[in-house]
Design a protein around this ligand. Structure first.
Ligand code: HMG
Length: 376
């Protein structure tokens, strides 16, 4: 049975911050960010926007393109930016999407790898339940402390995709290479809003895990690198993905996979799939029937190299104009607003900021997050 991604969409904040402005305030040459790291902007989130509101927006778009929403039997919300250790963030999404009560909702976590874990679980679920669909959401907002080396690699976005039999966009192939090892390269203790990291160790482990998982993938599938037509990498920042391409001695530029990421920043669980969307939208050559290799890495760490075949009719199911609009309609914020958005979040969400989708975080009352539809 062919199983994979039938519909896909992303969402991010209505606001962006230029790394050129950050560079000027941090007394760093902008070329370090643009060329050395490979990023030019980051999405930043106002207090009334969070992983739930952008997830709802992405999911509304993704399910609007499938005929039978009633066959979604499972929603898996992948995130490492969770604000609740008990309730799955996906339950809010389930509510606002008006999915049926019989649909299961769970949350999964393993740093940036989690949406790939969700995709593989979804694939097994559909294999067992041929007529079912699974809604997978990866939603993350990445924050590092002010002035840290990680600061220019902040960002955030949600990706939502529907996994089904006979998918219209990408058939996920059997056989992958997995590598797990216990390492402290990036972590966020429960008490912290900002992630802690060992930048050099994380970059080293990203590449080491790539080597191991990629070679396992080749051995398991009995393929050579020449059997792969295009590649996407988890992109904590563009240069890291390019180093990944060098590591596996990839022969072509991967620039068209990084266009969205370079202006969104690290979106953790969503990042690899936003790179895939960038490839599908921006590739100048036809991709029908092509094999795409995908590298998913989540600090801590779990890595998986896997592949998919791009469906014959994928062009009718992707939305390059909508994606371009999402990015181009964002508004630039000043350094002062950036500090307010990222570093000094008030407890109570501010009502005057524009929101991405149809739902916003209205208030936090007795530590309960209250979401509401935006009334124009
Ligand atoms: P840094 O230490 O400030 O940077 O932080 P650097 O000094 O290593 O410079 C970076 C590059 O810029 C170098 O190039 C410099 O030469 C170049 P490279 O040697 O790497 O090719 N450079 C310049 N280029 C042009 N003009 C200039 C200039 N100056 C320097 N003037 C670091 C870099 C990535 C370490 C930092 O941003 C960081 O710690 N980020 C956070 C951690 C991270 O993103 N790690 C990536 C792998 S782990 C991962 O992917 C998982 C993650 O997504 C989390 C999860 O799983 O949940 C993070």
């Amino acid at each position: 049975m062919k199983i994979g991604i039938d519909s896909i969409a992303f969402s991010t904040s209505r606001y962006f911050f230029k790394l050129e402005t950050l560079a000027a305030h941090r007394d760093v040459e902008f070329e370090k960010y643009s060329n050395g790291i490979g990023q030019i902007m980051m999405s930043v989130f106002p207090p009334n926007e969070d992983i739930v509101t952008i997830a709802i927006d992405a999911a509304q778009k993704a399910i609007s393109r499938i005929a039978d929403v009633g066959t979604i039997d499972l929603l898996i919300f992948a995130t490492e930016s969770s604000f609740d250790l008990s309730k799955a963030a996906g339950i809010y999404v389930h509510h606002f999407l008006k999915l049926k009560e019989e649909c299961r909702v769970i949350e999964v976590k393993q740093a940036c790898y989690s949406a790939t874990a969700a995709l593989q679980l979804a694939k097994s679920f559909v294999r067992e339940n041929r007529d079912s669909k699974v809604l997978v959401i990866g939603s993350d907002i990445v924050k590092y402390s002010s002035g840290s080396s990680g600061e220019p690699t902040q960002g955030g976005a949600a990706v939502a995709f529907v996994v089904s039999a006979d998918p219209h966009i990408l058939i996920i192939e059997d056989g992958s290479g997995v590598h797990t090892n216990d390492i402290m390269d990036f972590w966020r203790p429960i008490s912290e809003n900002e992630a802690l990291f060992d930048g050099k160790l994380s970059a080293y482990n990203y590449l080491k895990s790539l080597d191991i998982s990629f070679n396992r993938y080749l051995t398991k599938t009995q393929r050579n690198i020449s059997d792969i037509d295009c590649v996407c990498f988890h992109a904590p920042f563009g240069k890291m993905a390019k180093k990944g391409a060098q590591q596996i001695k990839w022969r072509e530029s991967i620039d068209n996979t990084l266009l969205y990421n370079s202006v969104i920043g690290n979106s953790c669980s969503a990042s690899l799939y936003i790179c895939l969307m960038s490839l599908l939208d921006q590739s100048k050559t036809p991709l029908e029937g092509k094999r795409v290799g995908l590298y998913s890495y989540g600090s801590g760490s779990v890595a998986e190299y896997f592949s998919g075949i791009i469906s014959e009719k994928y062009r009718s199911y992707i939305t390059p104009e909508e994606n371009q609009r999402t990015l181009e309609s964002r508004k630039e914020i000043s350094f002062e607003e950036y500090e307010l958005f990222c570093k000094n979040l008030p407890d109570s969400p501010h009502k005057n900021y524009e929101n991405t989708g149809t739902v916003r975080l209205k208030s936090i009352e007795n530590k309960r997050r209250i979401y509401g539809e935006i009334k124009n």
